[in-house]
Design a protein around this ligand. Sequence first.
Ligand SMILES: Cc1cc2nc3c(=O)[nH]c(=O)nc-3n(C[C@H](O)[C@H](O)[C@H](O)COP(=O)(O)O)c2cc1C
Length: 356
Amino acid sequence: MKAIDRNIEKISIYYFTGTGNSKNVASWISGIASKDGVDCRLFNIATIDRLNISNPDPDALIIFISPVHGFNYPPVMLHFIARFPKGRNRVVLMNTRAGMLIGKFVTPGVSGITFYLSSLFLKLKGYGIRALFPVNLPSNWISVHPGLNARTVRYIHKTERDRVYKFTRGILEGKSDFKALLELYDILLLPIAVLYYLVGRFMIAKTYYASSDCNKCGLCIKECPVKAIIKVDNRPFWTFRCESCMRCMGSCPKKAIETGHGFTIGFCVIFSMFLIGLFYKYFGLYIYKIENETVKSIVEPLIFLILLGGWYRIVHYFNKYRLFDRMVVYTSLTKYKFWGRRYKALTPENIDNIDD
Ligand SMILES: Cc1cc2nc3c(=O)[nH]c(=O)nc-3n(C[C@H](O)[C@H](O)[C@H](O)COP(=O)(O)O)c2cc1C
């Protein structure tokens, strides 16, 4: 057994999680560190007042862990890091990203600019980056791909947990790890990450709805880590604050929360065929006159989002009628068995005690 880096006597882990992958990583690290006598504290950033973040323990190694959303940390984590107090601690940045399985090989997810942007923020605040480490856990984004089966989910958990254990031992022995920087293509994803941050996430926030299977238990509202779901007409309603973390879909006991592929595509078609034209006809003369492409590229997405918000409200209203609800439900891929397996990270018992 190699010597432990005696400089590390304390670790503070700040994590954000939607469906539990990042929380699992935090507790795997904490388990190993605590066994070595390191005082390891976990902070769930969803429960911290992000306008008033306490100074970190100056002697602690700080670890940030969060899922990747749209080739970057989700806004909630980015804003947390941006507002994090200045300090001189050593920092480890970790993400959990979409792992899939081919044979016995866990394919890596894509980090995009996750590490670059946050490292920059933290360097400017005086911190020293010690390691960058991505963890490929099962993808939870069932809005865009079919849910993974139970065997795959368990296999990925086991494999990646071993990687996290090995990495943690390395960190405790005083090693650095910057192999993540070898994924050079990540930087090419910068424009998509920016688009996701500015427009994509708001659009996706308006794709969720509760079908008539909803029994109004309110769990989704209670569990939402960013308090983005409210009650409108006594039914759950997703606001633009939603980070698409998938917790609501993964934890709804009735599996009543769906991604509305049909009504979202319907809106995009109507918007590009009619709405944007109508807008220009009646309100857009000023934009046409100045013919400034930069202004247009800011104004058009803005109009898109405002009208999408209105469209979503209309769909929400009509969803109380059974026929309309069924139309929306049957044009949602998440309703179908081949696609709609919900995702929740496994608990330690479920990872170890079930035979495949
Ligand atoms: C809205 C959204 C966007 C995502 N974008 C990416 C991505 O850009 N790259 C990637 O590898 N995984 C992506 N994923 C997959 C998640 O990062 C991954 O499943 C993560 O482990 C979930 O962690 P959590 O359970 O802690 O929320 C995305 C998932 C969601 C819901």
